[in-house]
Design a protein around this ligand. Structure first.
Ligand code: PMP
Length: 352
C-alpha cells in the first residue's frame, strides 16, 4: 500500500460547480462565477494561431504577457508573476511561505481553496468568521500571531459578494506587521462599482508586504484556459516565479490572455451588462422577500441554513445549477438574462 501524507485524510477535495439539466432539458450553469459570454472572435483567432505552435513548449516566463500586464497596470515588469489560474498563484504563494509551525489567516466563509492549499503547504489555517457576511478586519488583525506568514483578504468576498472599503483596509494594513504578507485576492475586481472599494494596487505601491491577485477567468472570460497573476514587490513576485511549475501557463493561454488585454474595452462592456443584470437579479430577489447581502461581484449569496441543499435541488428542477454550501447558503452567479430569469422563477417558486 503506498503511503501518503496524513494531512490528506483530513483534507476536503475541491468541489467544482456542477451543471444540471431540468426534466424539460433546460440547463443554466450559475455555479462557478464564469462569464456567460462566448469568447470574442479576436480571442478565438489568437488561440487558433497559437495552436499551430503547440509542438513546442510555451515561453516559460510568459514574457510578452508579463510585459503587457505590467504596462496595463503601470507597474515594473519584475513585479508581475503568473500562474495557471489565480488558484495556482495562491498555491505557489503558500508553497513559498507555508510550512509546519506557520499560520495562514483568512476569513470564513471565503474562497474554498484557501484551506486546502494551506493544509497542503503544511501551514495551519486560522479562520476568522465573517461579520454581517463581510470580512471582520479587526478580528483578522487580532488573529495574527508571531507564526503568521500570510493573510488572504478576498475583496469582493467569494461567496458572499461583500466588500471591505478603503479606510478600514488601510487601518487593517497599518496593524499588520511588515513581515506578514497580505494578499488581496481581487478575482472579481472588474465587477466592483462602489467607488469606495479600493483597487488593491493603491496599497501595494507603498507597502512591500501587500500583493494583489487577479485572474483572466471571470471578467475576461478565459476560465477554461487557466491564467492568473500576482502583482507584488520583488521578494513576493520572485517567490511566485520560483514556485511556478515549469510551463504551467500554456501557449494558448498566453496568446488568449494577450488578445484579451487588446480587446479589453469590449470585454469590460460585457462586464457592464453583467453588473446591470446583477442589480436586476438582486432587486428581483428582494421584491420576492429574500435577504440579499449587497454584492459587488458577479454573483449573489442567499443564506439558507438548513434549507440550502433543498434549495439547490429545487433550482435544478428549473435547470439552474447553483453553488450550495451545506448548512450555510447558496451562491448564484449572474448569467445571461435568460438564465437569470430562470433563476428568479425558481427562487420565487421556492418561497411560495
Ligand atoms: N480567488 C477567488 C476569490 C475565486 O473565487 C476564484 C475562482 N473561483 C479564484 C481565486 C481562482 O480563479 P482562477 O484559478 O480561475 O483564476
Amino acid at each position: 500500500m503506498p503511503r501518503f501524507r496524513m494531512i490528506l485524510d483530513t483534507m476536503p477535495a475541491y468541489k467544482p460547480g456542477k451543471s444540471v439539466v431540468s426534466p424539460e432539458g433546460r440547463s443554466y450553469k450559475l455555479s462557478s462565477n464564469e462569464s456567460p459570454y462566448d469568447p470574442l472572435p479576436s480571442v478565438v483567432e489568437a488561440i487558433a494561431r497559437a495552436a499551430a505552435g503547440v509542438n513546442r513548449y510555451p515561453d516559460p516566463a510568459s514574457v510578452r504577457l508579463t510585459e503587457a500586464l505590467a504596462a496595463r497596470h503601470g507597474v515594473p515588469v519584475e513585479h508581475v508573476a503568473l500562474g495557471g489560474g489565480s488558484v495556482a498563484v495562491a498555491q505557489q504563494l503558500l508553497e513559498a511561505v507555508g510550512e509546519p509551525g506557520t499560520d495562514v489567516v483568512y476569513a470564513w466563509r471565503s474562497f474554498e481553496a484557501y484551506p486546502t492549499l494551506a493544509a497542503l503547504s503544511g501551514a495551519t489555517s486560522i479562520r476568522v468568521p465573517l461579520k454581517d457576511e463581510t470580512h471582520d478586519l479587526d478580528a483578522m488583525a487580532e488573529a495574527v500571531t508571531a507564526n503568521t506568514r500570510l493573510i488572504f483578504v478576498c475583496n469582493p468576498n467569494n461567496p458572499t459578494g461583500t466588500v471591505n472599503r478603503t479606510a478600514e483596509l488601510r487601518r487593517f494594513l497599518d496593524r499588520v506587521p511588515e513581515n506578514v504578507l497580505v494578499v488581496l485576492d481581487e478575482a472579481y475586481r472588474e465587477y466592483v462599482r462602489d467607488a469606495d472599494v479600493p483597487d488593491g494596487l493603491t496599497f501595494y505601491r507603498d507597502r512591500p508586504n501587500v500583493a494583489v491577485m487577479r485572474t483572466f477567468s471571470k471578467a475576461y472570460g478565459l476560465a477554461g484556459l487557466r491564467v492568473g497573476y500576482l502583482i507584488g514587490h520583488t521578494p513576493v513576485s520572485s517567490a511566485v516565479r520560483k514556485t511556478l511549475l515549469p510551463f504551467a501557463v500554456n501557449h494558448l493561454a498566453q496568446a488568449a490572455a494577450l488578445a484579451s488585454l487588446e480587446a479589453e474595452e469590449e470585454l469590460l462592456d460585457r462586464v457592464e451588462t453583467v453588473v446591470k443584470e446583477r442589480t436586476r437579479v438582486a432587486e428581483g430577489l428582494i421584491a420576492q422577500g429574500w435577504t440579499v447581502p449587497p454584492t459587488e461581484a458577479n454573483f449573489v449569496w442567499l443564506r439558507l441554513g438548513e434549507r440550502t441543499m433543498e434549495f439547490a435541488d429545487h433550482c435544478a428542477l428549473w435547470g439552474v445549477a447553483v453553488r450550495p454550501f451545506a448548512g450555510e447558503g447558496a451562491r448564484v452567479s449572474i448569467g445571461d438574462p435568460e438564465a437569470n430569469d430562470a433563476f428568479l422563477e425558481a427562487a420565487e417558486a421556492f418561497r411560495s
